[in-house]
Design a protein around this ligand. Sequence first.
Ligand code: ADP
Length: 401
Amino acid sequence: MHKKLVLIINSGSSSLKFLLINSKNYKKFLTGIVECLYLKNTNISWNTKNISIKNFYLKSYTTHQEALEFIVNDVLKKKMNIFNNIIAIGHRVVHGGKEIKNSVVIDLSIINIIKRSSCFAPLHNPVNLLGITTLIKIFPSLRKKNVAVFDTSFYQKLPETAYLYGIPYIFYKKYGIRRYGAHGISHSYIMKKSAEIINKDIKSINIISCHLGNGASVSVIKNGICIDTSMGLTPSEGLVMGTRSGDIDPSIIFYLYEKVNMKIKEIKDLLTRKSGILGLSEVTSDFRFSEKKYFFDKKAKRTVDIFSYKLVKYISSYFFLIAKEIDALVFTGGIGENSILVRKLTVLQLSNLGFELCEKFNNKNGFKSNFRISSKKSIPILVISTDEELEIAKETIRLIN
Ligand code: ADP
């Protein structure tokens, strides 16, 4: 076997997705995921044409670095014997800060920028960086073949009205405080896939894209350009998420500090790791739990209703930016692709704008597939399975070529 393969690494705070893809024809050779990092039940699954390994348990509390070493040494080297076929590595990086506008081949200066931008994505950039440094160590001969693809690149053309906050302008000029957005790799994939499905030129596509996973965000795209998005300086702003609060009155922070005597670190932890679906349900950040109990548990109902309501607020305000030109409303991410209930509750509240579900299509659901869930008279509503790894792979192959 002499395939030239590109390795893609997409590290989240508790999971790590990986892909090996043929650099010539973009055929996926191997896909995999490590889940529950830093927990007791860390496990890995991977698939090739001939092999499918599901939930193979790694040692408890496996770290990102240990997971990467296992992927390379055990899966790619020992089990698959394809270590030497890897010719480049693509990494997802959430935040490129003020300086980085596009995907780049990684060198020391890029590593330093990713480090500096960690303050804007503290749950993500450090693990993205760890992936980069670990793999450069494991593959020293590919040192100049590592590419970083940034979530923030997708938002480079936001208008000033969308990216500036109502605080003194000097804070933008001096400290780079602005809306940067996140999930850009996924929204970019969704934009391209929507254009393909609708059969429209990407330069004229107008959609509202809802990425609803552990992190959740909405982006509005006009003529193939993102003109606003719900995540802000950091991925904390916007929708209610797995453990993040999303939008809050900033004075809540002062109140917690001054009246509840919480330390800044505790408040940060509260708003990023203990809020959102976890905080509202008081049980878990796993959306499936609240969805299952929706009809007979008050807390679960409240959680799902608030999640949908905030989503409706964003979709309806973004709707007016593209109005009649809208080609589709798109749901993606773990919740968007799988939650029949969230899609139903959300679309019901959008009926005044011309959105209507076809219940039969919505109930169909289908893991890792793309389908339409709107009625004939509705503005098209699509469910598209996102593929951040493929988007990163295409950028990586473009750059190393
Ligand atoms: P990440 O942002 O970590 O990539 P995912 O896109 O995988 O996250 O989404 C994870 C979320 O999707 C979790 O809240 C999970 O509960 C939810 N989810 C997964 N499957 C379903 C399902 N069948 N129904 C409802 N929610 C689901």
